[in-house]
Design a protein around this ligand. Structure first.
Ligand code: SF4
Length: 353
């Protein structure tokens, strides 16, 4: 996988710099006749360009997989939430589409829409249109969404399911009281696992791959979820260690306070050990999570987590993708190490439910 991505990266740079310029230099060298000094000059120039290309190749970041948190508002109130409703801003649809086009031009192969709760805005129509645009017009290989599931409807699945590769639903417990303690529900809302089962069935019906996300925290780290998860059988079960992010869920300006939810590495590992029999479990410790995601916020700014808080770049709409990416803090090696590149398109997957 990694080799493929590097090949694509190479192709981008090579297309830009290596083929045309050195070739022209070589032609000039040969046509410079008997003048040895000119020939040597052009040969040195060719070497210089090759070194320059290698340097650019090293610097170029490929936004292979991007998480676009296009809104921050949510109808749930998870106590550890680290992408909180600091603004209610959402880009106009045409600008969001333009930004996605720029990302594709720079090598993006997977887009994940997230929030906040992405289905909350315009009753899911905005999300649906972005998903359709990405799959139908931009031909992006993998289009996915992460949702709490509470606002997903069958009508939406009928209309947009054909453009969607993966739907990930978050559920932290199969005990309603635990989800209530966490805030993973609305005040009068349904059980989160009822929502999970409903969406799982729609995914089967409308040919969308189903993924489960769980945040392991103080209230659920002792739970045994084996039976329920096996029953649901997601294509991937992402198990995150509850994470603190300055100014999001920790610190004076934060809208949430994560401290009562945090667990130790040993507690996280004990949860993983209890569920080691589940093949599709993908664990994500705090270290793996911090810098291995390309996170784009509601203004299309990359968020750099390296300092323990989210420092935004300038918007890629203003400075272009590569300039914005340079401020993203993205650790490409960690992305591949945590298995960030996987079978993420339903075209590659034989759906056997
Ligand atoms: S569902 Fe919970 S974690 Fe997700 S955005 Fe809403 S409040 Fe945050």
């Amino acid at each position: 996988m990694k080799i493929k991505a590097q090949k694509r990266k190479k192709a981008l740079v090579i297309r830009l710099f290596t083929k045309k310029i050195p070739k022209k230099i070589r032609i000039l060298t040969h046509t410079s006749g008997s003048d040895d000094k000119i020939a040597i000059f052009f040969q040195i120039l060719a070497i210089f360009f090759q070194i320059l290309c290698l340097y650019l190749l090293h610097c170029l970041l490929l936004p292979l997989s991007v998480n676009y948190h296009f809104l921050r508002t949510c109808n749930y109130s998870c106590g550890f939430c680290f992408h909180t409703a600091k603004t209610s801003f959402v880009l106009p649809l045409d600008k969001a589409k333009y930004g996605l086009q720029l990302l594709v031009d720079n090598g993006m192969e997977k887009i994940n829409f997230s929030g906040g709760e992405p289905f909350l805005y315009q009753g899911g129509r905005f999300l649906g249109e972005l998903i359709r645009y990405c799959k139908d017009e931009l031909k992006i290989k993998s289009v996915s969404v992460v949702t709490n599931g509470s606002k997903v409807t069958e009508q939406w699945m009928i209309k947009y399911g054909c453009y969607l590769d993966i739907m990930a639903v978050s559920c932290d417990s199969f005990n309603h009281d635990v989800n209530k303690k966490i805030g993973r529900c609305t005040k009068n809302g349904k059980n989160q696992f009822d929502i999970l089962h409903q969406i799982r069935n729609w995914c089967r019906e409308y040919n969308v791959m189903f993924k489960l996300n769980t945040v392991v925290n103080r209230f659920n780290f002792n739970e045994d979820m084996n039976e329920q998860v096996k029953k649901i059988n997601p294509i991937r079960w992402k198990v995150f260690q509850c994470l603190a992010i300055e100014a999001e869920n920790i610190g004076d300006t934060a809208l949430r306070q994560v401290e009562p939810f945090l667990i130790t590495d040993e507690e996280f590992n004990s949860f993983l050990a209890r569920h080691k029999g589940i093949e599709n479990l993908v664990p994500e410790s705090n270290i793996a999570m911090r810098n291995s995601y390309l996170i784009l916020d509601e203004y299309m700014r990359f968020l750099d987590n390296t300092g323990g808080s989210k420092t935004p770049s300038k918007s890629l709409l203003d400075v272009g993708v590569q300039n914005a990416l340079n401020k993203s803090g993205f650790d490409e090696k960690m992305f591949f190490k945590r298995g960030g590149k996987y079978q993420w398109s339903k075209e590659d997957q034989i759906l056997e439910w």
